[in-house]
Design a protein around this ligand. Sequence first.
Ligand SMILES: [Zn+2]
Length: 303
Amino acid sequence: MIGKLLNLWTIGLMAAAPMVVSAQVDTTGFGGPDGEDLYIELDMADGEGIEDMVMPVLHWDVNDSLLHIPHYDVYCNWNTETIFDRMKVANLPKDTLRLQLIHEDCDHALPCPGHVTSPFGPRKGRMHYGVDLKLQTGDPVVTAFAGMVRISKYNSSFGHVVVVRHHNGLETLYAHLSKRHVKPGDIVEAGDTLGLGGNTGRSYGSHLHFEVRFLDQPINPAEVFDLENGQLKARTFDIHKGVFEEIAAARAAMAARKYHVVRSGDTLSAIARRYGTTVPKLCKLNGISQNSVLRLGQKVRYN
Ligand SMILES: [Zn+2]
């Protein structure tokens, strides 16, 4: 009984304060030296010792609170610290899962009206998991769909960043903001302002980095939105393995690339001979000319 109560109490805390506690809560340490007493007191029916109790547990119902978190049943977590689990292999449904992007009372909005300055996909040897949309610092950035704010924090790469979990099952990310106007647990409607655009984090020039994800897996925002006119491509979006194959193939191709690290005395022709390729091929792969001076430690791609 005590174990069950402890469990309920833990999730109760999450419901009362979703901004600080994830679903996987370590209960050790709660209550300090008097922690044991706390759980025993929860079992009392006559109200004795009630002044020592944590009040929210008295009014809280597990079924009600979890329903408030959009798609808790699919994600099985509510983490307000980790932006995405990039290493996670999503347990995707075998069959196509059709997401209803909008309902009659649940509309959509383009986060900002600017044109695309950098598309989704591989970019200069790195993966770009979103699209970059032009804006001026201070322009409002709005949420694409209704939902609940999961992340609102500063991150060294994303700068001021907001992630929203939507009722339609998707999550969206808004990065490089100059100001954030929301906090985890906030309920938002499509078009509500999340913050102001900016140039924070690893960013060169004011823009919005906008991502769309399902179970941490990146989806090309251009597959969901017509980014030029702000309209949805369709009222539904089908989740199936093919949606993520393009990015998985690009990641695998990037991982398979091989590099030679330049040492003293290396020349392009020596490197070409060593790896059974030619100088023109090396130049093309690395975007350099045959007369380029190699630096010690420089990485020269050879496949
Ligand atoms: Zn970007």
